[in-house]
Design a protein around this ligand. Structure first.
Ligand SMILES: *[C@@H]1O[C@H](CO)[C@@H](O)[C@H](O)[C@H]1NC(C)=O
Length: 354
């Protein structure tokens, strides 16, 4: 009797072991991941555009094992990679415009994000893929997926997967603050409200397509990026309050917007991925999290810099160890900071895919 029970238990363990191990790795918690937005999540789509907003040359990517500059605006992994890891994948799904986004890889999802992009259909269209175009690419992706996997599997992948939206920073940083046609017409709060109207429509479109799990990034503390301190800091060394106030207003309205979207769609899981709080803490109290430098970027901080595009091999004084820098270039956190941010909202990601 006892022996029989032991055998039974043993076989249950073996079964469970087989189900969860499948080749030594745990099964991902969702069929696939889809990513939309800007350079904080772009894994190389801009490599396939004629644009100056590219990160496919050294020292970008220098802390990857093979030191390859993939197009990520970072020394290593970015938000989309860490989020994909949290749900059981090795890295972000491939950049949609890359040759990797074909065949079996279609089953992993796709990354449609484009550096310098935003919600607003703006004048920077020619250097990045607009949100409107990213959604068109998603439609196109779905036809490819259906052709590869059949339409019923395609539908179940689309409805079961995790959707990530990360945009808004460029709408302010590369557009609103430098474009008089925008700031003469609307104050920053009106502009934020306008962006959120566009965001709501995007969520509705994704919902209509079948999306049921959506994570949307808040704005970061715009005033704490080294580029902002150089351009708007007037020689003071702290974060720029006006820019952070704009981000906080936007985030407060994002909270209300997401709240009313949740009320409207009861079968939609949608959550805010708060990057403001951890990045503000990293920027203002780096030592408390094991970082040494938050004011200067590892690469490309000088008095002349106006954008992250100033980080390249000719940049003097690129730091030796980016692990202790909060900012890799003047517009993007380092891999180490990206990890802190994603760890901060890991529970929200787990809830979305539960
Ligand atoms: C909005 O903020 C409140 C208070 O902090 C919080 O309880 C709520 O979960 C937030 N809503 C969303 C959608 O994140």
């Amino acid at each position: 009797m006892a022996a029989a029970r032991c055998l039974l238990l043993l076989s249950i363990f073996l079964l469970v072991g087989q189900a969860t191990q499948g080749g030594g790795e745990a099964r991902p918690l969702v069929p696939a991941v889809f990513i939309f937005g800007d350079s904080l999540v772009d894994v190389g789509n801009n490599n396939y555009l004629h644009t100056i907003a590219k990160a496919n040359t050294p020292p970008y990517g220098r802390d990857f094992k093979d030191h390859v500059a993939t197009g990520r605006f970072c020394n290593g992994k970015i938000f989309s990679d860490f989020i994909a890891e949290k749900v059981g994948f090795n890295s972000s799904p491939p950049a949609y415009l890359s040759p990797q986004a074909s065949g079996r890889n279609l089953l992993l999802g796709a990354n449609f994000a484009s550096a310098a992009s935003g919600y607003y259909n703006h004048e920077f269209l020619f250097i990045s893929i607009s949100f409107y175009k990213q959604l068109k690419h998603f439609k196109e992706y779905q036809s490819k997926l259906a052709a590869f996997a059949g339409s019923s599997q395609a539908r179940s992948i689309v409805s079961g997967s995790l959707y990530i939206i990360c945009a808004g920073s460029c709408d302010f940083g590369l557009n609103y603050y430098i474009n008089p046609f925008l700031w003469l017409l609307r104050n920053s709060e009106q502009f934020a409200d306008h962006l959120l109207t566009i965001f709501s429509r995007i969520v509705e479109q994704l919902y209509d397509t079948g999306a049921r799990r959506i994570g949307v990034f808040s704005l970061p503390p715009l005033g704490c990026f080294p580029s902002a301190m150089t351009v708007y800091g007037h020689g003071k060394s702290g974060c720029v309050p006006r820019l952070n106030n704009d981000a906080r207003y936007y985030n407060m309205r994002l909270n209300a917007t997401v709240g009313s979207i949740s009320d409207k769609y009861h079968d939609l899981k949608i959550a805010i991925l708060d990057m403001y709080t951890p990045l503000y803490r990293l920027s203002t109290a780096p030592q408390s999290l094991g970082f040494t430098e938050a004011k200067r970027a590892c690469c490309g901080t000088g008095t002349l810099e106006t954008s992250s595009l100033m980080c390249n091999l000719l940049t003097p004084g690129t730091c030796r160890n980016a692990q202790t820098y909060v900012y890799w270039d003047s517009g993007h956190p380092s891999e180490a900071a990206n990890k802190v941010v994603v760890d901060y909202f890991a529970a929200d990601i787990k809830n979305l895919v539960a």
